[in-house]
Design a protein. Sequence first.
Length: 473
Amino acid sequence: MTPSNGYRTVSDRRFLGVVVPSVFLQEEGIDAVLDALESVQASAVCLSPTTSVVQAEGEGVRFPDLHVDGHQRVLERRIAGRDQLYLVSSLAYTPEAALYRAGPYMPPSGVSSSEAAPQSIVHDAATSARARGMTVHLQLNPLMPPGLRTEDLPVAVDESHPRAPQVARLGCINNPDVNAYAAALAADTLRAFDMLDGLVIDWAEFPAYRLDELTTCFCAHCAETARVAGIDWPRVKGDVHAVWDRLHTLSSHDLARVRRAVGSASGLLELLALYPGLVDFVRFKALSVEAFFQSMARVVRSSARPSVGLTARGWAPPWNRVSGFDVRRLAQICDAVAPKLFSFDYAAIPRWYGQPLREWNPALPEDELIRTLLACMDLIETPSRTVLEDFQIPRPDEKHPVDSAAYRRRIAELLDQVSGRSACHPIAHAYGPLHDWEETLRTLARTDVDGIWVQMYGYLGDEKLRVLADTWK
Ligand SMILES: [Zn+2]
């Protein structure tokens, strides 16, 4: 479909957006970055409302981010001659503190003002991109307020909070204090950047990188949300707890049963009939995320720029079922949904899920456990990955464990769920070998998606830019 707010260009070439962290605007200059985007005929750019200053090693945050243990992941476009470095980021605008007074969370105190990181650079880049005919989007992380309190973190079924290190440390999506910050952040951003075409909302879902995260959230706010929705919360909690306990006593036979359920409607129905609360848990997560995006849409509609588009960025199938990122619901609220097709993740997630299962069930054959995890995640088996330790975030030249058939299945599922109610713009991740990148783009080009986002400029070396220009039509 063609949304009304200009998400598709006048040439009707399919949407192509590129995520550009500010540090590249600072390093290469606004014009050089926008020239590169024009060379691939990008129709949109996604910026961050921050700027960054390079630090000594170990001070600040590693860039690209570690993603728990991705020490091998490095940039293709170097910054200050380096393919990995440490940054401290600060806001690229002066926040309006009064907007945040509905809750305890305030915006970050630091505002960029140095020569290396001028406050105006994001504003200037946005204005220049629009002058070149691109739509301009800003990415926000609304569930990550500065100084997130422990009591506002999600609560797992065993009453614990997710442990560090995490890929993203999120507040609970049903927590009113976190939501007050989220609404203030969106309103503040719309106020500070009056040329925006869209907001891209990231990490607004339940966490799903690890097994314990899948059992969140059982905080008091989530219990109340479930009660209002008429969900039998004690049954949900009882069944999630029963499955959690069962995962501590697995046998080979159980693994075979799970693999059979993955491929058989009858087997799957049997499991769900045993634990009916799981279905309500999935539904509860989806309606929680839906309510959050409805609140974001209200902020946009009540702003001075009510036509600003909303893009929901989140997990792809099958993880979106357990993260609550139900694109069928979100497509009715947002202008676009942008599921993350991050194939480098597929190389590590089986280990992140599998390690605790192995610790709880040391007698389980490791190869059977791996086969079961891969079946549940619709990932291919690769001969080079036979033990959990083999599942790591890949080196830059290492092939990702993806086959195009599984990729197409994920896209088909997404398109069915979106069903034309919004634009569907999956996010293709550019990290990895050139051949993988070309395959990914070719596969996506053959589907009916409305366009793609590319994550991110720092992984787009000159050859990858050329492939993007040649392949994405
Ligand atoms: Zn909660």
